[in-house]
Ligand binder design. Structure first.
Ligand SMILES: CC(C)(COP(=O)(O)OP(=O)(O)OC[C@H]1O[C@@H](n2cnc3c(N)ncnc32)[C@H](O)[C@@H]1OP(=O)(O)O)[C@@H](O)C(=O)NCCC(=O)NCCS
Length: 144
């Protein structure tokens, strides 16, 4: 079952300007360590940053928190798996919030065209934890 959906559209130019102005400070503010590791390997860092920004916004909208209520920009992240598919990751704090809200698996899709970035996130509800079976009750001895 779906927990929430989120979308974001962003002009890449906005991120390009911020990156030119703040450089490494912007990167340090925006990205989680795993995302920074991927940035170091990418051919197009500005597009990478814009896509991460949009994807994070889509995820926090799907969570329903925005960048507030215990979730900040580095509490959620997106890393590509080895086939290139974006996977959602959480910081320790983001992970606590994810569990508290009952969010399960996350899905993100990204695209860009004509200078615009679009990100869509779908978060599933976490599967209910199975309760431990209660120990068998002791029966009172029946008096005859
Ligand atoms: C959700 C959030 C990320 C949207 O940010 P935004 O880019 O200003 O706005 P967008 O146009 O992309 O989206 C706005 C819409 O998101 C939706 N939205 C707002 N809060 C939401 C929430 N908590 N959960 C889900 N959706 C939300 C609403 O539909 C809103 O439309 P409205 O303003 O007409 O009500 C915003 O709540 C937020 O937390 N902004 C902080 C951004 C920030 O600090 N960025 C700097 C980080 S370095």
């Amino acid at each position: 079952m779906i927990f929430g959906i989120g979308v974001d559209v962003l002009k890449q130019e906005r991120i390009v300007r911020t990156y030119q102005r703040f450089g490494e400070h912007f990167v340090a503010r925006l990205l989680m360590p795993a995302e920074r590791a991927q940035l170091a390997r990418t051919q197009r860092p500005e597009r990478f940053l814009a896509m991460r920004f949009a994807a994070k916004e889509a995820v926090v909208k799907a969570m329903g928190t925005g960048f507030a209520h215990g979730v900040w920009i580095r509490d959620v992240g997106i890393v590509q798996n080895k086939w290139g598919r974006p996977d959602v990751i959480y910081s320790a704090r983001g992970e606590r919030m994810r569990r508290k809200l009952g969010v399960g698996a996350g899905h993100v899709t990204l695209t860009d065209e004509a200078g615009l970035i679009v990100a869509v996130a779908v978060l599933m509800k976490a599967p209910r934890r199975k309760r431990k079976a209660a120990p068998p009750r002791k029966r009172k001895p029946v008096r005859k």
